[in-house]
Design a protein around this ligand. Structure first.
Ligand SMILES: Nc1ncnc2c1ncn2[C@@H]1O[C@H](COP(=O)(O)OP(=O)(O)OP(=O)(O)O)[C@@H](O)[C@H]1O
Length: 395
């Protein structure tokens, strides 16, 4: 992950945030027994929000040429919507990290404009800008001689929060990322596993509740199982906080699992496609995207598609049903309408007779077999093609 060597990612003090909306998070985490009471003001003020409400970050014709003449990003225009997670994927060296680092000016753009919440920050004070954005990188960069609690408290201390508020915040964050403060707060980074260090890095980046979080291969140093767990926990945290996230990853599965939208880049920061995960998988906009999503696209789509009524065969035992095969046996546990297609696939594979009853609010509304699963997959793919075509018409 190359960068301008003169620049650092020192977290610092964010400007005051606007008064939170009255619709604060409905269930703030309760402080654990025996801990310092939570301060009167809510620690989490941003409710989980729907993406697409406005533009959080806009890149306008941004270009980066490094001092040795390498053109990392030729001419990139891209918008990150408020509250969405935009995943940047693409082959090694295509300019993902450069793009991310231009957002917080760890790398200075050569030309073009970058807007944060509508404000042109291309020439704003870079340190001040970084104070408004969390930043998580693969090798977390925890301070080795500070405890976990001190690491997480880095920004609150810079913000001169009082001790009680800082302690409450640190404990809340550690709870949030699944590390028991009683066990972990006093440990040092070398006393943690890679996955635990990664969690501390995420907690530290979230400590001041930044509206925007930049993440560069944040789970890259973790083994596949731990990575999967971290991803789902992070997805949950993000849903709760409504943080806007720009995530760089090599891992298409990670982009599909976490991204509201995916930006596929090719060499020179060329934007090949910017679309939701289903569209990228089912309707790749160019051979470069098709190449990136590869042979696994159909399997990945299974995880994204949902079972709908129109996909189903007749109700087992109902009119028109194949009576010989139709009735659900005790081992054929029904599956709910709206279940993900990969769950449906797994259930079907285990079914005693290749058919699974499907229920809606407890009532059997149809049955699932191989043909219906295929129909569902085709439906998802067709819809993605239609959406992509519509996007092309309006572009
Ligand atoms: N400080 C630098 N000086 C010169 N060239 C650089 C510098 N940083 C990056 N580059 C070049 O810019 C291009 C884009 O690099 P960048 O790190 O943004 O790509 P990437 O897509 O994040 O790659 P990876 O996935 O391998 O991390 C590459 O060709 C790289 O060699």
């Amino acid at each position: 992950m190359p960068c301008d060597p003169t620049r650092t990612a020192t977290p610092a003090v964010p400007p005051p945030r606007p008064t939170p909306p009255a619709r604060a998070r409905p269930h703030p985490p309760a402080p654990a027994a025996g801990r310092a009471p939570a301060p009167a003001e809510p620690l989490w003020v941003r409710p989980g929000s729907v993406p697409g409400m406005g533009t959080a970050i806009a890149f306008e014709h941004v270009r980066k040429v490094y001092v040795d003449g390498s053109v990392a990003v030729e001419d990139l225009s891209l918008e990150v919507r408020e509250h969405e997670l935009l995943a940047l994927v693409g082959p090694s060296g295509c300019g993902k990290s450069t793009t991310l680092r231009m957002a917080n000016r760890l790398v200075e753009p050569t030309s073009g404009r970058i807007l944060l919440g509508g404000e042109d920050v291309t020439h704003a004070d870079a340190v001040g800008l970084r104070r408004r954005m969390g930043y998580v990188i693969q090798h977390v960069g925890l301070f080795p001689h500070r405890t976990v609690a001190q690491n997480v408290a880095t920004v609150p201390v810079l913000l001169r929060w009082d001790r009680r508020r800082t302690t409450a915040r640190v404990e809340e964050l550690l709870d949030l990322v699944g590390l028991d403060p009683a066990v972990y707060a006093r440990r040092y980074p070398h006393e943690l596993s890679g996955g635990e260090r990664q969690r501390v890095g995420v907690a530290r980046a979230l400590a001041s509740d930044p509206p925007v979080l930049l993440m560069d291969e944040p789970f890259g140093a973790v083994d596949p199982v731990g990575r999967r767990r971290l991803q789902s926990e992070f997805a949950r945290i993000r849903r709760e906080l409504g943080t806007t996230v720009m995530l760089v990853t090599h891992d298409v599965d990670e982009a599909v699992r976490l991204g509201d939208r995916i930006a596929v880049l090719s060499k020179g920061g060329h934007l090949e496609q910017l679309a939701d995960p289903v569209q990228v998988l089912a309707a790749p906009a160019s051979p470069a995207v098709a190449d990136l999503v590869g042979q696994g696209a159909a399997v990945r789509l299974l995880a994204l598609g949902r079972l709908e009524l129109g996909d189903l065969g007749p109700v087992p035992g109902g009119p028109g049903a194949d009576q010989a095969r139709g009735r659900a046996g005790p081992s054929d546990e029904p599956i709910a309408l709206g279940a993900s297609l990969d769950t449906a696939f797994a259930r079907l594979a285990a079914a005693s007779d290749g058919r699974v009853p499907v229920t809606d609010s407890g009532t059997v509304v149809g049955s699932l077999d191989g043909a219906s699963l295929l129909a569902a997959l085709h439906r998802v793919t067709r819809a993605a093609h239609d959406d992509e075509a519509a996007a092309g018409r309006t572009a």
